[in-house]
Design a protein around this ligand. Structure first.
Ligand code: A3P
Length: 285
């Protein structure tokens, strides 16, 4: 990948790469954003399953919650647009804890932070780089692997992002949700979400939501829909057809060479030695 190519599609702010659809002006003005106490924020590093969790929550609470565009999409006009929502807002973002507007922290808004094991996240992001016109082109998995390792990818290093959020895991307004847990035991994860949001749900409703938000159903619906910019969840695309690729745990094994696995595992151990999230993810890497 050439560096000219990279700078034409992404831009750096405080050392981190951001989508071209996120303006520098907006990033500079995050503290002018006004949170509401009843907002729910859906936060993740890209490719962690954000669209899936958003769909799940919409199915649980569509009459009470309204999904908005991402907080960091476009320029500061977005903050005015977000004021127009009269219902309780569910606002997606890929921002790091550090970058999150101060008023969200002060008002202790509910935040769901989604984590996915970094190897599958890297593979998923690699395909996104290849297919998404809003991201720079990458020549090969080997080249992308190096960028991911260095954190020279959109929204920066997976390690920094996850560790930054993990530091706040004990705050009662923050729920950490794992992609792999959702795959393994959907009802259990769903119950965690409903308890966190203070909403009840019976078994037949859970089954219905499991079916409606299954990978095949969501992929199918995305291929039928025209891209709906009112349903944009990630500041990297409004084209849902780019999102649903495989939807499995462990696809990394088809990409990482033994050498890459070793290098990655060493970095993981070094960066994540104090991390509870790492202990949770251990069985998936
Ligand atoms: P893969 O590229 O590994 O398939 P995000 O929404 O944060 O961009 O994450 C996208 C990843 O979540 C993609 O991973 C996508 O396939 C997966 N995904 C989306 N919907 C899903 C679902 N209903 N079940 C499981 N995985 C899903």
């Amino acid at each position: 990948m050439s560096s000219e190519n990279q700078s034409s599609d992404l831009h750096k702010f405080k050392g981190i790469l951001y989508p071209s659809l996120t303006s520098e002006e907006l990033l500079n003005s995050l503290d002018s954003f006004e949170a509401r106490e009843d907002d729910v924020y859906l936060v993740s590093y890209p490719k962690s399953g954000t669209h899936w969790v958003a769909e799940v929550i919409e199915n649980i609470a569509s009459t009470r919650l309204m999904l908005t565009p991402p907080l960091e999409l476009g320029d500061i006009a977005m903050f005015e647009e977000l004021k127009l929502y009269s219902k309780r807002r569910m606002i997606p973002t890929h921002l790091s804890y550090e970058m999150l507007p101060g008023t969200i922290k002060q008002k202790q808004c509910k935040i769901i932070y989604i984590v996915r094991n970094p190897k599958d996240t890297a593979v998923s992001l690699f395909h996104y780089y290849r297919n998404n016109p809003n991201l720079p082109d990458v020549d090969s998995w080997a080249g992308f692997f190096e960028l991911f390792l260095r954190g020279d990818v959109v929204y920066g290093s997976w390690f920094d992002h996850v560790l930054g959020w993990e530091d706040h895991r004990h705050e009662k307004n923050i729920l950490i949700l794992y992609y792999e847990d959702m795959k393994k035991d959907f009802s259990k994860s769903l119950k965690k979400i409903t308890t966190f949001l203070g909403m009840g749900m019976n078994d037949s409703e859970i089954h219905k939501i499991a079916w409606k938000t299954s990978f095949s159903e969501m992929k199918n619906n995305a291929s039928k829909e025209n891209s709906d910019s009112n349903h944009t969840i990630c500041a990297l695309t409004s084209d849902r057809k780019l999102v649903f690729r495989k939807g499995v745990v462990g696809d990394w094994i088809n990409y990482f060479t033994p050498k890459q696995k070793k290098v990655f595992d060493e970095l993981f151990v070094e960066r994540m030695k104090q991390s509870e999230v790492a202990r949770h993810l251990k069985e998936y890497s």
